[in-house]
Design a protein around this ligand. Structure first.
Ligand SMILES: [Fe+2]
Ligand SMILES: [Fe+2]
Length: 183
């Protein structure tokens, strides 16, 4: 791979992503992230309303059920990231995805705490833990987008198409910047 290709993930500020010719077709994960932010905010608001005594707010049990259902789709999103997107980006651009993987682990830990609060019927602890989850989720999504989006936008449509359809095994078998950078 040429040096010119290796340089192609130069930082691209967030406020310029939408002007890029490969936006939005190559950054569909932004849609999933917006959904995650919306669901997290809704669960957070329901927990606060319940603590304020609003009888229309969802019960703790119902909120935890919604959270668990949401987490199943988030886990499959993370599985895709950790088993295809991240290995590809490490290989193609030589970037580190360790902080992002740590972000997933931190979210899983808070999710376990949340489940514990629900099991013990602790409204206040549930709301405080949900607030913590929301903060860490927002930080993770921001950090992930800041690393991943400029890389995905930098791919020529033909290469993006190959990335999209090929298996990770096939992608890792092609020459890459990551390989050349790491000797
Ligand atoms: Fe992620
Ligand atoms: Fe993600």
């Amino acid at each position: 791979m040429s040096d010119a290709s290796c340089r192609c993930f130069e930082p691209l500020p967030r406020d310029r992503w939408a002007e890029h010719p490969h936006f939005p077709s190559q950054v569909l994960l932004l849609g999933s992230h917006e959904n995650f932010r919306r669901i997290s905010k809704a669960l957070l608001a329901a927990g606060v309303e319940r603590r304020a005594g609003l009888s229309s707010a969802a019960s703790l049990e119902a909120r935890q059920r919604m959270f668990d259902q949401w987490q199943r789709s988030m886990r499959s999103h993370e599985h895709y990231e950790e088993h295809k997107l991240y290995p590809f980006l490490r290989h193609r651009f030589g970037v580190s995805t360790d902080p992002l993987e740590r972000g997933h682990r931190t979210l899983h830990k808070i999710a376990r705490d949340l489940r514990g609060a629900a099991t013990e019927g602790e409204q206040a602890r549930w709301a405080a833990t949900m607030a913590r989850f929301d903060v860490v989720l927002h930080e993770h999504l921001r950090d992930e987008e800041d690393l991943v989006i400029p890389c995905l936008l930098a791919l020529e449509p033909r290469e993006f198409n190959t990335y999209y359809h090929a298996s990770i095994g096939e992608l890792l078998a092609t020459p890459s910047c990551g390989a050349s950078l790491h000797g």
